[in-house]
Ligand binder design. Structure first.
Ligand SMILES: *Cc1c(COP(=O)(O)O)cnc(C)c1O
Length: 379
């Protein structure tokens, strides 16, 4: 049973559809979907099965905690940590057959020592800094030394684009290729060479190399410029009206009465707030969609509730469905529009969705109705 009216619905058919498109686009390149930050708020564990079924070669996350959560659910699937794993935790990752990112000889030695001690080789991917200056090695001789450590299988080499324009992308790409060639000259080769996130994978086929790391794209969030892929937004965020108030012109609403009614109207109270991951900065900009009508959020957004002006929907009743984020059709606010209004990007909007709203997964149904096969994961 759903224990709240405020829910996040994830259409697994949309995720599957997006993955199929991504796989087709990738051609011979492997696809490693990025499902960090609880799968961009969609729920990493529940969506993983769909991704595996639709051709994910690997699943990538940002942290060891995220990887361990997936490992518990999926004992055998290849898992990769894109971010930094502190030295003291590298053995824990390896013991759980989680592949870490490394960029120093010290990290390589820790994994190599473990491999020699246990007699089982340990996989890692080597990260190269090509200009982003976030994580990555720069010294070719050190990189070669890491790759030659006994028991350590440096299966992949990768870098990340700053997306600072096509010229800068090109510079980073050439630098990355130069490192790969430099290592090849030393007789060092890799199974996977990867550079592309969602945007660069769609925009430039060259950056796909032999593996891509799409995150946003998997969830149907479009950020590309030159290329195009008709991915579908898989997430909707909905609630229901708790109470309706009739108020008079000039009456205030919410903390500090920061909004006052310009005319007699009806105010709807909705049971979602910034603790559910709705940006507080939406005050004066946000709206929800009730019976196909945009209803502006009025007054301050509270931690667990907010109020909307129902002036445009005289037929609205308590218990009516209100769409917070929809797919943009029928007057709903898409995640792209939410990002624009809140002054951020789409990834921040979804990744900051809180654990509190229950996730509802839809499979075998349309995005607009909830079939009986819906399963609700309480959080
Ligand atoms: C998050 C992340 C990605 C995925 O980014 P999107 O823009 O969501 O596709 C890819 N690579 C790295 C290293 C990342 O941190």
């Amino acid at each position: 049973m759903l224990l709240r009216d405020t829910v996040i619905k994830v259409d697994l058919d949309d995720i599957a559809y997006n993955m199929d498109l991504i796989r087709k686009m990738a051609g011979s390149a492997a696809v490693m979907p990025v499902i960090k930050a609880n799968g961009y708020g969609h729920g990493a564990v529940p969506i993983a099965a769909t991704l595996m079924k639709h051709g994910a070669s690997y699943l990538a996350v940002a942290t060891l905690t995220e990887a361990l959560e997936l490992r518990e659910a999926w004992p055998d699937y290849p898992l990769f940590i894109l971010g930094h794993t502190p030295d003291r935790l590298l053995p824990l990752a390896a013991e759980n057959r989680i592949v870490s990112t490394i960029f120093s000889i010290e990290q390589g030695r820790i994994l190599s020592d473990l491999a020699c001690k246990t007699g089982r080789s340990v996989k890692a991917h080597l990260k190269v800094d090509t200009g982003f200056h976030r994580l990555g090695a720069t010294d070719l001789r050190q990189m070669a030394a890491v790759c030659r450590l006994p028991g350590l299988d440096v299966e992949g080499i990768f870098s990340h684009l700053a997306l600072a324009g096509s010229e800068e992308n090109e510079k980073q790409y050439r630098q990355f290729c130069a490192v790969i060639q430099g290592l090849e000259k030393e007789g060092i080769t890799f199974r996977y060479h990867h550079l592309a996130d969602s945007i660069s994978a769609v925009d430039d086929p060259k950056y796909r190399m032999d593996m891509i790391r799409p995150g946003a794209l998997v969830f149907g969030l479009r950020g590309f410029h030159k290329g195009f892929l008709p991915v579908r937004q898989a997430l909707t965020f909905e609630t229901r009206i708790s109470q309706i108030h009739r108020i008079r012109k000039g009456e205030g609403v919410g903390y500090d009465y920061l909004w006052t009614a310009p005319a007699d109207t009806r105010i709807g109270t909705l049971p979602f707030g910034y603790a559910d991951g709705y940006p507080r900065s939406m005050r004066g900009k946000g709206y929800v969609t009730i019976r196909g009508v945009k209803c502006p959020v009025v007054g301050v957004i509270c931690m667990d509730q907010c109020m909307v002006d129902l002036a445009g929907v005289p037929e609205a009743r308590e218990g009516d469905r209100a769409v917070i984020y929809g797919n943009g059709r029928n007057n709903t606010m898409s995640i792209a529009e939410a990002a624009e209004l809140a002054g951020t990007n789409k990834n921040e909007i979804v990744s900051r969705l809180a654990a509190r709203p229950p996730r509802v997964y839809i499979a075998g149904g349309s995005a607009h109705s909830i079939p009986s096969s819906v399963s609700a994961f309480r959080t």
